[in-house]
Design a protein around this ligand. Structure first.
Ligand code: 5AD
Ligand code: SF4
Length: 369
């Protein structure tokens, strides 16, 4: 698809056209990855973060958030729970930390989780920008997927969402995606959708970025305000968080899932928790728009409310859904949960095959300016 075609689809407004778009995306999902929905239990292990992203509730300067580290024993128990409930995959997410203590603790944790069911659990990491050496240590310890959202494929827009303090550089983030691919991970990225100043052209560029960079997994969600952040305050001051605006963000996030499915076809696409923050059935709508991954939060209940990236984050007070709840959710979208299956992205195997066919020099490492 050309950029103009992507813009056309993202701009659809009539209910019947949008419905047709979602149905087409579901049909493409069904023929390229099947109608199976795969589970990744999401454990948020620490909300300490060295970054200060202007939109995020656990940014370093938000002193209202009490900081936590989950005990290793508790994390292992969550991973076992996932294994016993047929989740097949476990995702570890944290704020960005680069201290050796965190790096080695995570490494040991990965080795312990790998012992559960003799390597039966797939492990995804979402722990921010790290060095190539750290990515390799964690890969060797058992992680095989990594999520790092680019947030916006446009460096100028990225700069508007982040402080200019030398710690939030688009080039470095992009380079991390390349390092993750080079290390051997299945790599996921994504963007936030609907923050002020973002245009439909920007979103079309984001989709083309995913295609160009041969991304295996996509996690995208609507921007959701957090009142104790600089961006959240600005949006409130400008009265840009009306019910109509939230609905628009939700709809655009769903259209992005659908158009992404039509464009990339065989990637894994998550129906994210941010969708649920804007609509009680947000995750169901994500599946109906072509997503094939659910990431139920399995974080320690004592820490959930302190991992509040944005307001109205449902995991804070809700219990973890049972396997039966999840199956019902999937069936409502004419899908079915694939318990006990990793559900790796077919796009990843295609990329690896292409890489094997070409020389290693194809890895383009972005030079820092
Ligand atoms: N609204 C929506 N998504 C957010 N994230 C952080 N803050 C917000 C927010 N206010 C997302 C970012 C990050 C992921 C872990 O959470 O995209 O990459
Ligand atoms: Fe930290 Fe991620 Fe939040 Fe940025 S978005 S402040 S890196 S947790």
């Amino acid at each position: 698809m050309t950029k103009n075609e992507l813009i056309y689809l993202l701009s659809l407004e009539k209910d019947e056209n949008i419905k047709e778009l979602f149905n087409a995306a579901s049909a493409v999902r069904n023929s390229f990855t099947g109608n199976g929905i795969y589970l990744r239990g999401l454990s948020e292990i620490s909300n300490r973060c060295r970054k200060n992203c202007l939109y995020c509730g656990i940014r370093r300067d938000n002193l209202k958030t009490p900081r936590f580290d989950t005990d290793t024993k508790e994390i292992i128990a969550e991973a076992k729970w996932c294994y016993e409930n047929g989740y097949a995959s476990f995702t570890i997410q944290s704020g960005e930390r680069t201290d050796e203590n965190f790096i080695s603790r995570t490494e040991e944790l990965l080795k312990e989780i790998k012992k559960i069911g003799n390597g039966a659990l797939g492990i995804t990491l979402s722990c921010g920008e790290q060095t190539e050496e750290t990515y390799k240590r964690w890969f060797d310890a058992g992680a095989h997927r990594y999520l790092l959202r680019i947030e916006s494929s446009n460096p100028e827009i990225y700069a508007q969402l982040h402080p200019n303090d030398g710690l939030h550089k688009w080039d470095i983030r992009y380079n991390c995606l390349k390092l993750l691919q080079k290390t051997g991970y299945q790599v996921g990225t994504g963007v936030m959708i609907g923050f002020p100043g973002q245009s439909v052209e920007n979103l079309a560029d984001d989709l083309l970025f995913f295609a160009r960079e041969k991304i295996d997994m996509i996690g995208m969600g609507p921007y959701v305000l957090h009142p104790d952040t600089p961006l959240g305050k600005k949006v409130l001051d400008n009265k840009e968080n009306t019910a109509a605006q939230k609905e628009k963000r939700l709809l655009m996030a769903l259209k992005m899932i659908a158009v992404c499915r039509l464009l990339l076809k065989d990637v894994n696409i998550a129906s994210t928790t941010a969708l649920q923050a804007l609509h009680p059935q947000g995750q169901l709508l994500g599946l109906r728009a072509g997503a094939n991954i659910l990431m139920p939060v399995v974080t320690d209940v004592n820490h959930r409310e302190n991992y509040s990236l944005y307001e109205n984050k449902k995991s804070a007070n809700n219990c973890t859904p049972t396997p039966e709840d999840l199956q019902k959710l999937a069936e409502n979208a004419a899908c079915s949960i694939k318990f006990n299956q990793w559900g790796d992205s077919p796009a990843f195997f295609k990329r690896r095959k292409n890489e094997a066919d070409n020389s290693p020099s194809k890895f383009r490492l972005f030079k820092e300016k």
